[in-house]
Ligand binder design. Structure first.
Ligand code: HEM
Length: 385
């Protein structure tokens, strides 16, 4: 895929993906263009706004839809209001306080891995459970239920056809689960994000009932698969480049910059950053019309050789690594400080526990999952030694 992106950057930087009148879409691949798109108020998130004034006016509170009015999918002023509610929980200072607990979670998982010996799947045993335990504790979702979330969020993330039977069933199960959880927390509030959000629900001002559901669903999904991929993609890149792995093994202060390089080199989110054109706009030589969809390829932007020297090289000491793996502008990833901290702790603890860890090179090369919205491996078999 990377040579293809390079071809597009050089030859068709604003590429028409579909010319059908009802469904016109573009793909943009250059770093500067991606930032420009994500910053521009002329390109919006909420498709409904193309036809009416406010997404909130269109909300149907009688029918619970857990994807309606997610912060990720709306524009100001709704976006500003929703983001402000949860921002304090995700500030770097607040997140930093979670470090000791994240270390503990990582160490518990590593102790379990030690009992297994031989070859294990680093995703199944480590990269997957770590972020889901962290986000569950932050939200106040019972950690025992994490396998249910995994199934539900996988179906939701993978859904190309919202009408699929599995998708509907999983969404219903997820909704029913949350209803029971909210009832319990209403009766007995705890020191967690769900208890706090429940207090802010008032239909007029802060958060509606539908928004409460979609906020929790968004945080579970956004905080889960992406961070799994951050940990496993970065480890995979390190295994592919043993000289780089040795560098961070001998100098662990390089781990944060290795994480940034992992985010740039194998960006966990790729194609899902899209915007709608709110007006007819000339964009770098192409005429984009009102209602067109413009998709930004983050992976491509992060490999743009006009921005990054030797963009296709994985270099854990890279300086000024201004990648856009967490997006840009007002929708810049809310969970970035958390994801960075989880990534740092995960890799530090892993290398401390297994200094000789390596890819199991007798097996086939790990494969990327076919979902193109996110970039992640299906398995990462490692030899623990
Ligand atoms: C938004 C990437 C982890 C919560 C975004 C966006 C990207 C992104 C690219 C912007 C999407 C757009 O502009 O269309 C990532 C990556 C992660 C990660 C690569 C891990 C490596 C997390 C975590 C959480 C989270 C751990 C929360 C617990 C969110 C939320 C938004 C968001 C709520 C929407 C923000 C808004 O609309 O204002 N993320 N994310 N993410 N992310 Fe993340």
């Amino acid at each position: 895929v990377y040579p293809f992106y390079q071809h597009l950057r050089l030859n068709h930087p604003v590429f028409p993906m579909s010319n059908e009148d009802s469904n016109r879409s573009w793909m943009i691949t250059k770093y500067d263009h991606v930032k420009e798109l994500l910053k521009s108020p002329s390109f919006i998130k909420d498709q409904k706004k193309l036809f009416s004034q406010s997404s909130r006016e269109d909300m149907n509170e009688d029918e619970l839809n857990i994807f309606q009015n997610m912060m990720l999918d709306v524009d100001p002023p709704d976006h500003t209001r929703l983001r402000k509610l949860v921002q304090p929980y995700f500030n770097p200072k607040t997140i930093k306080k979670m470090e000791p607990r994240i270390v503990e979670i990582a160490q518990d998982l590593l102790t379990e891995m030690k009992h297994k010996k031989g070859t294990i799947d680093l995703i199944e045993d480590y990269a997957f459970p770590l972020p889901i335990i962290v986000i569950s504790e932050l939200l106040g979702v019972p950690v025992e239920d994490r396998n249910k979330f995994r199934k539900w969020s996988n179906t939701i993330v993978a859904a190309s056809d919202n009408a699929a039977v599995d998708f509907q069933k999983d969404v219903e199960a997820f909704t029913a689960y949350l209803t029971r959880l909210f009832e319990r927390r209403k009766k007995e509030p705890e020191e967690d994000l769900i208890s706090y959000l429940l207090q802010t629900v008032d239909e007029e001002e802060q958060l509606t009932t539908t928004e409460l559901y979609s906020m929790v669903v968004l945080l579970i999904i956004a905080g889960h698969e992406t961070t799994v991929n951050l940990i496993s993609n970065t480890m995979f890149a390190l295994f592919e480049h043993p000289d780089q792995l040795s560098k961070i093994q001998s100098d662990q202060t390089l781990i944060p910059s290795a994480i940034e390089e992992g985010l740039r080199f194998y960006s966990p989110v790729d194609f899902s950053t899209a915007r709608w054109a709110e007006a007819d706009i000339e964009f770098h030589g192409q005429r984009i019309q009102h209602g067109d969809l413009v998709i930004a390829s983050i992976s491509s932007a992060n490999r743009d050789e006009e921005k990054f020297n030797h963009a296709d090289q994985f270099d854990v000491t890279r300086n000024k690594n201004a990648h856009v793996a967490f997006g840009f502008g007002i929708h810049f990833c809310l969970g970035a400080p958390l994801a960075r901290l989880e990534g740092k702790v995960a890799i530090e603890e892993l290398l401390n526990a297994f200094p000789n860890i390596d890819l199991n090179r007798t097996m086939n090369r790990p494969e990327w999952k076919p979902v193109f919205l996110l970039r992640g491996l299906s398995q990462l078999p490692v030899a623990l030694n």
